[in-house]
Write a protein that binds this ligand. Structure first.
Ligand code: ZN
Length: 531
């Protein structure tokens, strides 16, 4: 970042944060959700009219034109068939975006026409999103996602249900999230303060490197601003590299003093906290972990539950916001109640080349009038199953009666809360490493694996390739990774947690004998061969 762009960033964040600080507190969260549910079709049509049909530069405008669908046709279809059925029909007619098309990594090609787009092509013209967040992985491309204070204010209603469902009020609440430029840590902390249930402590996994010092200063300044406005937002406590013991110790200490803690965290760091507690024999029973950012696999769930703690999923997509939260009864698999007031989700069956299997891919459509991005049927390389939610819980009572089950990422590698798109890593595996160390593209394979303590990324190198120094190869891989957008964060994190291991063993094959360069072991996929 240049000095000017840094100043612009700080200015936007401070002004966005100030808007949220000044926004009135929610007086009727249930009414807010109900009104948005009642008006979701109208809001969808208004967004489409203003952001798409009135704006020929919007890529969707051309997609609708190619599909032969005018605004009146769209409105008629929604009225006649309902929103989700209309979205499915639009998908069949080419009105949708693959993840790479949405990110601008690949042009949108439909009926012989090529449409160029970047994520900013989809901005809502009515909304000034100032609350900026940069996610750590290349799924979000290290892209800046800007959200408005209004959006965050709507999401507060979802957090009210979370507090109600889990009776959180009496429990100390800890936060284990990165500091800026990832904005969610700060903002979620602020949300809980505004809802009268402030976080007690904020542990950050941020590495103490030179490039993070200005983000530490900026985080500190924005926490000061929030506190000056009367909010109880904690300053971050920085953890030593690759050491989650201080969090486990804090949880154990608090448990002796009173009600057990609640911990909001990314999935892998939560597993590391639980593992640290297990190793040291610390008592963290009855702690509730809310985890986001990665698939909560059975192995990760076990690693947390073995301590006597509980773990529940929060499904967030940085470009969109919260997609759904789990209720108390969702104690197996990776499931959430879908927040269909603010997002419409449909599925379609597709092949997932990296898995060598078919999946139900999720397509997302934004519905809030305050949505920063106006998206219709965007694929995020996540799969899941939509089903009725029949449980008796705060989310069902609020009208969230659809669940998304078995959510997992199928097109990318997600370890330690870092997400990297397949195409970025393929270049390293298939070109850089063979050129440097010998062998052919299929001689190198990344395998995502749930370890006992944390998600591990195994870099398998075929025995055909001489491997005098696994360390040199690992360093080369991490160094190359830095060159990609978002890869720098991944490289730093993976280095600091030693999450990447080089193994001199032949790459795994699928049941059809294929060697896939990225071998992902998601819960919806069959583990191809023994590893
Ligand atoms: Zn429920």
């Amino acid at each position: 970042m240049t000095v000017w762009s840094k100043l612009g960033y700080y200015g936007r964040m401070a002004s966005g944060l100030y808007s949220l600080l000044r926004a009135p507190r929610l007086s009727d969260p249930d009414g807010m959700i109900r009104r948005q549910m009642e008006n979701r079709e109208r809001h969808f049509l208004e967004l489409a009219q203003r952001a798409i049909f009135a704006n020929p530069a919007n890529p969707y405008c051309q997609l609708f034109e190619l599909a032969g669908c005018r605004y009146d046709d769209l409105a008629e279809a929604v009225r006649r068939d309902g929103l989700e059925a209309t979205l499915a029909a639009l998908h069949r007619q080419g009105v949708w975006l693959s993840h790479d098309e949405f990110k601008g990594k690949q042009p949108i090609r439909r009926s012989g026409r090529e449409i160029r787009a970047t994520p900013s092509s989809f901005r809502n013209p009515r909304i000034k999103g100032r609350l900026e967040s940069v996610s750590s992985g290349s799924r979000s491309g290290g892209t800046r996602v800007r959200k408005s204070a209004l959006e965050w204010r709507h999401w507060e209603a979802h957090y009210v249900l979370n507090i109600r469902e889990f009776s959180l009020v009496a429990r100390p609440h800890l936060h284990l999230r990165s500091i800026l430029p990832a904005g969610e840590g700060l903002l979620v902390s602020l949300v809980y303060s505004r809802l009268g249930h402030p976080m007690e402590k904020w542990f950050s996994t941020c590495a103490r490197s030179l490039d993070s010092s200005h983000y530490q200063a900026a985080t500190h300044a924005l926490v000061l601003l929030a506190r000056w406005c009367g909010e109880r937002v904690p300053f971050p406590t920085y953890l030593p590299p690759d050491d989650f013991l201080p969090v486990a110790q804090h949880i154990a200490r608090r448990r002796q003093q009173g009600p057990p803690c609640v911990v909001s965290a990314q999935c892998s760091p939560a597993v590391r906290v639980a593992a640290a507690a297990s190793e040291r024999g610390l008592d963290i029973r009855d702690t509730i972990f809310f985890v986001a950012g990665e698939t909560l696999t059975e192995a990760k769930r076990r690693a947390i539950e073995v301590t006597g703690a509980e773990v529940f999923t929060r499904y967030w997509i940085s470009e969109i916001g919260p997609i759904g939260f789990a209720c108390r009864q969702m104690t197996a698999g990776n499931s959430v109640h879908l927040f269909h007031d603010s997002v419409a989700v449909i599925t379609y069956r597709r092949a997932a080349p990296l898995l060598g299997a078919e999946v139900d891919s999720l397509l997302f459509t934004t519905l809030l009038p305050s949505a920063g991005l106006v998206l219709i049927n965007v694929e995020m390389d996540d799969a899941g199953v939509l089903a009725p939610a029949t449980c008796d819980c705060a989310f069902s009572h609020a009208g969230f009666t659809t669940q998304v089950r078995d959510i997992f990422s199928y097109g990318k590698l997600t370890g330690q809360g870092v997400t990297l798109a397949g195409a970025d890593i393929l270049h390293i595996l298939e070109e850089v490493l063979p050129a440097r160390f010998g062998g052919a593209p299929t001689d190198y394979q990344l395998v995502e694996q749930d370890g006992d303590r944390q998600a591990r990324v195994i870099l398998r190198v075929s025995r055909r390739v001489p491997l005098p120094s696994p360390e040199a190869l690992r360093d080369c891989f991490l160094r190359e990774l830095r060159q990609f957008q978002g890869g720098a964060g991944a490289s730093r994190l993976w280095r600091s947690t030693q999450a990447v291991e080089v193994v001199h063993a032949d790459p795994l094959t699928t049941h059809t004998g294929k060697v896939l360069p990225l071998h992902l072991l998601g819960p919806g996929s069959r583990r191809p061969d023994a590893s």
